[in-house]
Design a binder for this molecule. Sequence first.
Ligand code: BV8
Length: 243
Amino acid sequence: MSVRIESSIIAQLQRSSSLSVLTGAGVSAESDIPTFRGADGLWRTYRAVDLATPEAFDRNPKLVWEWYEYRRHLIEKASPNPAHIAIAELEKLFRDFLLITQNVDGLHSRAGSEKLVELHGNIFRNRCSRDGRLVGKARENDVPPRCECGAYLRPDVVWFGESLPPHALEKAFEFATRCDAMIVVGTSGIVHPAASLPAVAKQHKAWILEVNLEATPITGLADDSIFGKAGEILPQIVAMLMV
Ligand code: BV8
């Protein structure tokens, strides 16, 4: 079922020369990866405070590690969906482009996106919980596995209360101040500092398009919103841009 895309939206994109795309868990929903806050959201089953914080890991490293292992298996079985593929196409259509994702599932890269920053890390990388160094191999006989220094490994993701990777954050905010269009896809607009990027772009005169199933705190500042599935809307936008 196709959603109607206003010609004014296509015209706006055709006038834009530097495009940023900000994505959240909703862009992976059609790859059967549960979102965080939706009806079947990961947070429904678990509370963020129980799992995605350093304190939770200190309190129960095995529970947190196993939750991430469960998600890794889900993601390994998943494939990029038409929304991921359309965003990789957008990168080819715009000379100046940056994909800014809050997702840690790596599906954008698997779909072919190259100009991207992962604000919250990547679930498939592990780092030493003591010194933060990325670690490839590990002593697997523990759960979580241990670094050679003896400390537990942890997923290379950003937990609540932790700072985002400075380079990724700086690159995202720098691009948000100079892009002339931003498409915000599949995010509830709740988690900061990522959720403030659309406002930063707007303050710098960018045109903001939101693609989501429902209204969010970003809807009020978006110039246009298209309500529906990203996997249906984004391929249509790409097809209309390529006419
Ligand atoms: C920081 C980890 C500061 C990896 C995630 C009190 C104490 C401490 C901090 C805070 C506090 N109060 C506020 C904060 C700041 C906090 C925050 O924002 N909290 C919120 C909850 C209020 N932020 C932080 O803690 C950040 N760090 O501030 O550091 C600091 C400074 C200096 C020194 C020390 C510290 C860190 C934030 C990162 C947290 N980590 N993930 C992992 O396990 O995945 S956040 C988690 O939420 C994911 O990364 C996810 O991407 C992110 C955002 O969620 P969404 O992506 O938007 O997903 P959600 O399910 O919410 O929404 C899905 C949307 O898609 C919905 O709108 C739905 O309608 C839509 N949708 C669904 N299907 C579709 C669709 N749309 C289109 N098509 C579809 N098919």
